[in-house]
Design a protein around this ligand. Structure first.
Ligand code: MF3
Ligand code: CO
Ligand code: CO
Length: 272
């Protein structure tokens, strides 16, 4: 287990990658309406990345021989798809919820990774609540981040909040260190016990990206495409993701841009 600590000199490159990853989501936002397909969203994202002078980290990505190269410039995960949904020509319909996960690489080799939920037209009260609570769960994890605290503190805070609202936490996928590589140490679990796991230190860069289900926590692989993960009980699921750096006094959220959603009221700052 080796965690690469980032330095002051790395910050401009990281900030640029992360801001651009967030700007891709800003660009997509007005387009996510009933009738558009996730393949069209993928094509718009690819064009936006080209404009911004970055490339997709997911296109052609394969973490190991058991995975075929991922075919999308972004991941699009609707309704009961937990993560890694593949863009398809099926149009979205009113009431769908959709996660779009964008990871970019700058010409200097820095990665920026983030995702948001979108409600297509107007979602049901239950779907809207799931999206909102998952957003708050991500931020509850973020505000734990401070040197001396542990990743177990982060995971525990997310799990307690989620389960307290009757939602379940997906166990099989986690946040991750990131920088000049897509997935680095440490693993950032979205459940756990206070005071366990790695002690946070200034310069650590990682994502927090909880996946919360309306029903049971179990998931299964969709099977046919080698990537798509769905809830085992087919219940709705949501995910939000930010990338951040541990600062000497707290955290700095890196994946922010003009279109980032307003902060929950318990969050006082994006940089502490
Ligand atoms: N962006 C995802 C994450 O948050 C990983 C997607 S891998 C892909 O870690 F191959 F499915 F694109
Ligand atoms: Co990630
Ligand atoms: Co991601």
């Amino acid at each position: 287990m080796t965690i690469t600590l980032k330095t002051e000199a790395d910050l401009p490159g990281l900030r640029e990658a992360c801001r651009k990853a967030s700007e891709v989501l800003d660009f997509l936002t007005p387009h996510i309406q009933p009738g558009i397909s996730t393949l069209e969203i993928d094509q718009l994202a690819a064009q936006c990345m080209q404009q911004l002078g970055v490339r997709s980290a997911t296109l052609g990505y394969s973490p190991g021989p058991e995975y075929p190269p991922y075919p999308g410039s972004v991941c699009t995960s609707p309704n009961h798809v937990v993560c890694h949904g593949i863009p398809s020509s099926k149009p979205l319909k009113k009431g769908d919820i959709l996660n779009v996960d964008v990871t970019v690489i700058t010409p200097e080799g820095w990665y920026g990774d983030n995702s948001r939920m979108f409600e297509v037209g107007e979602a049901s009260i239950a779907a809207h609540r799931l999206c909102r609570l998952t957003f708050e769960a991500m931020w509850i994890g973020i505000v734990q981040v401070k040197p001396g605290k542990t990743l177990g503190d982060v995971g525990h805070a997310i799990q307690k909040f989620a389960e307290g609202h009757g939602l379940s936490v997906v166990r099989e996928f986690c946040g991750h260190g990131i920088g000049r590589n897509f997935h680095e140490d440490p693993q950032v679990l979205h459940y756990g016990r206070p005071g366990t796991m790695e002690v946070l230190e200034p310069g650590m860069v990682f994502t927090i990206e909880p996946m919360l289900n309306l029903g049971r926590k179990e998931i299964k692989s969709h099977g046919r495409d080698g990537w798509t993960i769905v809830t085992k009980d087919h219940s709705l699921t949501a995910q939000w993701e930010h990338q951040l750096i541990v600062t000497p006094t707290g955290y700095e959220v890196l994946t922010l841009s003009a279109g980032s959603p307003a902060l929950p009221d318990f969050v006082t700052a994006t940089k502490t």
